[in-house]
Design a protein around this ligand. Structure first.
Ligand SMILES: [Mg+2]
Length: 286
């Protein structure tokens, strides 16, 4: 089976097949577009309501966007699927048998600051895993709302952007590198370490988008200057791997937990050599 494109018909897919999940995530995206349309300006998007399980303050739009995903998860559970959801705001929520291996790892808005400030680059990131580690992710889904692009990876079957196969281009060298969590003092240290090794830096503001762009060949590499949470990286790391790129969580993939408490130094690049350069720069960050 190839990575499903947009034309897939969920009605023909068996429960638990990628098309079933993708259909649910696309329904959530459709609902989220309406939420952003209903909260069009910075003021409307800047309302908060408490602290999420992931530790960040929860924006009303974060919660509304998460609700769209959970509405779909409720529906799939009603159809008989059993799984545990791990989500930025609600935390860990079990649907049915807690021993069921399937994990759904959700960042309803990756790039909340961009979304709040009406900067177009932000994403919905959802991973489906048949186990508890990054190595167990079988489906990665990232939808970027600025360009309205859909990135999908199916383990063992490749990665696609809007249905077209993505392969990391051959060759090495860091022409464009994305830095995430770009606090000035951390960027300063990272940039000093990259001087002479990278031509240009970008800071999109969404880890899932930056890593998806590595998979798409738009960036030669990316890294976060502070520890990344599972919800930010779970989907995009499969995109990078399925597109033929390299990445690091600072340890074995099979030891990198999908749990909400886990934190990693996350980096991705086209080649192993380029990844080494980025990891050195990441190490230089205080
Ligand atoms: Mg978020």
């Amino acid at each position: 089976m190839s990575a499903p494109g947009r034309s897939g018909k969920s009605a023909e897919a068996a429960p638990g097949e990628p098309e079933v999940w993708l259909s649910a995530f696309r329904t959530a995206v459709h609902a989220q577009k309406q939420i952003f349309a209903d909260h069009r300006d910075i003021e409307a998007r800047s309302e908060y309501e408490g602290i999420g399980e992931g530790g960040d303050r929860t924006l009303v739009i974060d919660r509304l966007c998460e609700d769209t995903v959970f509405a779909e998860l409720e529906r799939l559970h009603a159809d008989g699927l059993e799984f545990t959801a791990i989500s930025e705001e609600r935390g860990t929520v079990t649907f049915g048998d807690p021993a069921a291996p399937t994990r759904i790892v959700i960042d309803p808005i990756d790039g909340s600051l961009n979304a709040r400030r009406t900067v177009p680059c932000h994403s919905l990131s959802v991973a489906v895993a048949e186990g508890e580690s990054m190595a167990d992710v079988t489906l990665g889904y990232v939808y970027e709302f600025g360009a309205s692009e859909e990135f999908v990876a199916v383990a063992g079957h490749g990665a696609t952007r809007d249905g077209a196969t993505m392969t990391v281009p051959p060759g090495d060298g860091l022409e464009v590198v994305a830095l995430e969590a770009s606090k000035p003092e951390r960027v300063q240290a990272a940039a000093a370490a990259l001087a002479g090794n990278a031509f240009r830096l970008r800071s999109p503001g969404s880890i899932a988008v930056s890593a998806s762009y590595v998979a798409a060949g738009r960036f030669d590499g990316m890294f976060s200057t502070r520890p990344t949470r599972s919800v930010d990286a779970a989907a995009a790391q499969l995109l990078v791997r399925e597109a033929g790129g390299h990445l690091s969580f600072g340890g074995e993939l099979s030891e990198s937990s999908l749990g909400l408490d886990a934190r990693y130094g996350f980096a991705a690049a086209r080649t192993e050599a380029d990844l080494d350069v980025l990891l050195q720069a990441q190490d230089a960050v205080p």
